[in-house]
Write a protein that binds this ligand. Structure first.
Ligand code: ADE
Length: 237
């Protein structure tokens, strides 16, 4: 998968992209992730990328020309399945959307700053607008990293244990079960007996019950959806 990220602060993105799973995915050739500095495409002598709001108002808006030039230059050698703008007024990012986007061969992500980007960029170039939650961050870089991580870890071969991405919280509508490792006793806090039993049937049943209990209490919205889905599946049988 090709992921090109456009930003005015590319350094913000570099460290997370060069460690752990994202690094491994790139080293294995499963993902090609590049960061592009929008400022490099500004043609004015101060290399400016933002300007004041037409109609008045506080804050600066990212200018159309450098972003258009950057996207067009990349499009000379790469076609994109989606051109995504990260914005708090976009569609909510969910595991279902991560699954969908992870199947695409190539995406471009545009990170906004200041008071956002000139609307004409959105009208002309953007194919999808995505929000990572109902809160406002100072730029689109962290959201772009969130999307990148969520997509790349789903690519076949990226995770060692093929099944572990599928067992994640949200993948089947339930939150994840608690996890334990050695020691079996830490200052009197012990590991649940069943996990030491070696009885995989019982362990699976315990984990499932834990997942249901956790989802019921923490996320009644997800629990309701899960139950509706179970009802539909039983109805189909
Ligand atoms: N940019 C600023 N806040 C954001 C959010 N919540 N989601 C996506 N992009 C953003």
């Amino acid at each position: 998968m090709v992921i090109d990220i456009l930003s005015v602060v590319p350094d913000l993105l570099m460290s997370p992209l060069s460690h752990s799973i994202l690094k491994r995915a790139q080293d294995k050739g499963l993902a090609t992730i590049k960061v592009h500095n929008i400022r490099d495409y500004s043609t004015d002598k101060h290399k400016s990328v933002d300007d004041t709001l037409y109609g008045g108002g506080a804050g600066m808006v990212m200018k159309i020309e450098p972003i258009a030039a950057c996207i067009r230059s990349l499009q000379e050698t790469q076609t994109y399945s989606e051109i995504i703008y990260l914005t708090p007024d976009g569609e909510p990012f969910t595991q279902a959307l991560a699954n969908e986007l992870s199947l695409l061969p190539s995406v471009l992500m545009l990170c906004g700053h200041y008071k956002g980007i000139d609307q004409r960029i959105r009208d002309q170039f953007i194919t999808r607008e995505i929000s990572i939650g109902d809160y406002v961050l100072s730029g689109g870089e962290l959201p772009a990293l969130v999307l990148t991580d969520a997509l790349v870890r789903l690519l076949p071969g990226v995770l060692n244990d093929e099944t572990s991405a599928l067992a994640d919280s949200f993948q089947d509508g339930l939150l994840d079960a608690p996890a334990y490792t050695r020691p079996v006793d830490f200052e009197g806090l012990t590991v649940p007996e069943v996990l030491l039993s070696g009885h995989f049937g019982k362990i699976d049943a315990w984990r499932e019950a834990q997942r249901e209990e956790k989802t019921k209490h923490r996320r009644p919205d997800l629990w309701k959806k899960y139950q509706e889905l179970q009802g539909d599946t039983l109805g189909d049988a």
